[in-house]
Design a protein around this ligand. Sequence first.
Ligand SMILES: C[S@@+](CC[C@H](N)C(=O)[O-])C[C@H]1O[C@@H](n2cnc3c(N)ncnc32)[C@H](O)[C@@H]1O
Length: 282
Amino acid sequence: MARDVTEREFEFTSAHFHTIKGYIAEHAGIALADSKQQMVYSRLVRRLRAKKIPDFDTYLKYLDQDDGSELINFINALTTNLTSFFRENHHFEYLTESIFPLLEQENASSRKIRIWSAGCSTGEEPYSIAITAREYFQSKPDWDVQIFASDLDSNVVQTAQDGIYAMDRVKGIASQRLKKWFLKGKGAQEGLVRVKPELQSILNFRQLNLLHTWPWKETFDIIFCRNVVIYFNKDTQRVLFGRFFENMVSEGHLLIGHSESLNNVSDRFKLIGKTIYRKSEA
Ligand SMILES: C[S@@+](CC[C@H](N)C(=O)[O-])C[C@H]1O[C@@H](n2cnc3c(N)ncnc32)[C@H](O)[C@@H]1O
């Protein structure tokens, strides 16, 4: 059995890594590259310390026999939650310039728009969508725009729901916009901002594993699934994008991350812009 020679607090072998790799593929669809061994060690070592578990053998047995609560912590520890407000800003510009004007015509009778941020991390993505929508529809209060935002990681969903961020997370947002949509913390909250309730009122957050059953009763006009499937294998991606297709309105819009593509994954969406697709019924 190959043994890693790096000096570590806990012994961590290739066999441990491969068991972990199997678990995360099975439960979260994430295909870990072999180069991620050190990353896996440093993230999981926190779980061993938190649970006062003496070694990886014991931890893996515990994971196997546990009622499922450690599995959530295990997945949370290994998923990457990197995000920011108005990340890949061309998507938000495209919402304002193309998608919302189009939906204003197409949905004129219902005046309803449904958007899903699938893999929303700590909330910066759905709040950016909400700001864009509220600004576009500010003179049209009879439009019912709702954003559903979900993530596998229960901790990030809680942060998203709280809507409280350190000042440096919002420094890229223009000052007028910042004033309009955020409240500055004072006293003990100095250095923090809080998203205004009127923005939160159009958001619905929930913990959801994309590989499990979805609770949605409606179909979506727009789905954001950005920088989530990068670690998923192609088969998992095929199934997932097939399910997105089924959960979207006819000609709905799908926005994916900058390093992602639907090549060899789905031909049921038509590429209409940079990482922007439209559901195609043809
Ligand atoms: C890098 S973040 C992307 C956040 C945001 N979409 C963006 O582009 O800024 C990826 C998110 O996908 C979530 N994720 C990974 N696997 C998932 C799964 N099977 N179901 C739901 N969310 C998942 C992670 O927890 C993480 O918060």
